[in-house]
Write a protein that binds this ligand. Structure first.
Ligand SMILES: Nc1ncnc2c1ncn2[C@@H]1O[C@H](COP(=O)(O)OP(=O)(O)OP(=O)(O)O)[C@@H](O)[C@H]1O
Length: 286
C-alpha cells in the first residue's frame, strides 16, 4: 500500500441515544424499523454492524448521516446534534454508483465539484488531491479510464477514493463489497484497513458476513430483527495489524464464534445470497 497520507480530517465520535425509527406507510400501521438503539462509536474507531436482512442496518446508517430523522431519540457527532444531512459523513454503497461518462479522476473529484458548503477548490488543488487518493487505492495508472473499462473491484476502489476526497471525518459503508467475489472481497478488506490506518476516519461498516466483520472491526454491533434493535456489541480482541493470515488463527475463529452466537440469538440467518451489483449513476453523497 502507498505511503501517501491524504489530509487527515478531525476525528469524530458518533453517539446514538435511544433512537427509535417508525416509517409511516400509507393505508398501513406505521412500521417499527428500529427500537431504542443505543450505540457509541469512538473517534477513529472501525465499527461493523451485522444482522439479518431487514433488521435496520441501512436505516441506522441513514439516521446517523441525517438523511432521515429519528422518530424518538438523538444522534450526536462529537458536540453537534444531527438534525439534517451532514457534511461530516461520506457514504460508500454496495454498487459503486460511478458516472459512466466521466473518467475515474473526474468521478473521484465529483464531491468537491458538487460541494454545497464550501467554494469549489482550485483546479490544481483538486487534481493533487485526486492523484493522492488514486495512489492510495492503487489506481493511478487508470485515472483516465472510464468506469466501464474497469473490473467491479476496481470500480469499488474508485468509489472508496471518491468517499475520501472531502474532509468528512466519518465514512459509512453499506455492504460495499457484498457484490464481489470472495477473493476480491478479501483483497479489498486488507486494502480498506490500510486506507483506514492512513486516513484516520471513523468507519461504520455494514455487512452480512461475520468473517468480514471480525477481520475489519474493533467492535461488532449485532442487530436483531422484528423489531430492529442492537442486541450486543462485541469487542474483537485481535491485534490491530491484520492481514489475510489472521483468518486461519484460533483467535479469529473464536471471535467469529462469539459474533455467530450473538447472531444465533436473533433467530434469523445472517448471510442471505449476495444481491447482484446494480448499475446505477445516481446519488453521490459526500
Ligand atoms: N422508507 C421506508 N418506508 C417504509 N419502510 C422502510 C423504509 N426504509 C426501510 N424500511 C423497512 O425498514 C426495515 C429495515 O430496512 P433496512 O433497509 O434498514 O434493513 P437492512 O438491515 O439494511 O436490510 P438488508 O440487510 O436486507 O439490506 C425493513 O423492513 C424495510 O422494509
Amino acid at each position: 500500500m502507498s505511503a501517501v497520507r491524504p489530509t487527515a480530517p478531525a476525528r469524530a465520535s458518533i453517539s446514538v441515544r435511544g433512537v427509535t425509527k417508525r416509517f409511516e406507510i400509507p393505508r398501513e400501521p406505521s412500521f417499527l424499523a428500529l427500537q431504542e438503539a443505543n450505540l457509541e462509536v469512538s473517534p477513529g474507531e472501525f465499527l461493523a454492524l451485522v444482522g439479518p436482512s431487514g433488521c435496520g442496518k441501512s436505516t441506522l446508517l441513514r439516521l446517523m448521516s441525517g438523511l432521515i430523522p429519528p422518530s424518538e431519540g438523538e444522534i450526536w457527532v462529537g458536540d453537534t446534534r444531527v438534525e439534517g444531512p451532514q457534511a461530516d459523513f461520506s457514504t460508500v454503497f454496495q454498487s459503486p454508483r460511478l458516472l459512466p461518462w466521466k473518467t475515474v479522476e473526474e468521478n473521484v473529484a465529483l464531491p468537491l465539484r458538487l460541494g454545497r458548503r464550501r467554494a469549489t477548490p482550485a483546479k490544481r488543488e483538486v487534481r493533487d488531491r485526486v492523484a493522492e487518493l488514486l495512489d492510495l487505492v492503487q489506481l493511478s495508472a487508470f485515472a483516465r479510464r472510464y468506469p466501464g473499462e474497469l473490473s467491479g473491484g476496481m470500480q469499488q476502489r474508485v468509489s472508496i477514493a471518491r468517499s475520501l476526497v472531502t474532509s468528512a471525518s466519518i465514512l459509512l459503508m453499506d455492504e460495499p463489497f457484498g457484490a464481489l467475489d470472495a477473493f476480491t472481497r478479501e483483497y479489498l478488506n486488507e486494502e480498506l484497513l490500510s486506507i483506514w490506518k492512513a486516513t484516520g476516519r471513523t468507519i461504520v461498516f455494514v455487512t452480512h458476513d461475520m468473517d468480514e466483520a471480525v477481520f475489519l472491526a474493533d467492535r461488532v454491533a449485532v442487530m436483531g430483527a422484528q423489531p430492529g434493535r442492537i442486541i450486543d456489541v462485541i469487542d474483537i480482541d485481535l491485534p490491530r495489524e491484520r492481514d489475510g493470515g489472521i483468518r486461519t488463527e484460533a483467535a479469529f475463529f473464536d471471535s467469529v464464534r462469539r459474533v455467530r452466537k450473538a447472531m444465533g440469538s436473533t433467530g434469523r440467518r445472517a448471510d442471505p445470497e449476495p444481491a447482484p451489483a446494480a448499475e446505477s449513476t445516481e446519488g453521490v453523497h459526500a
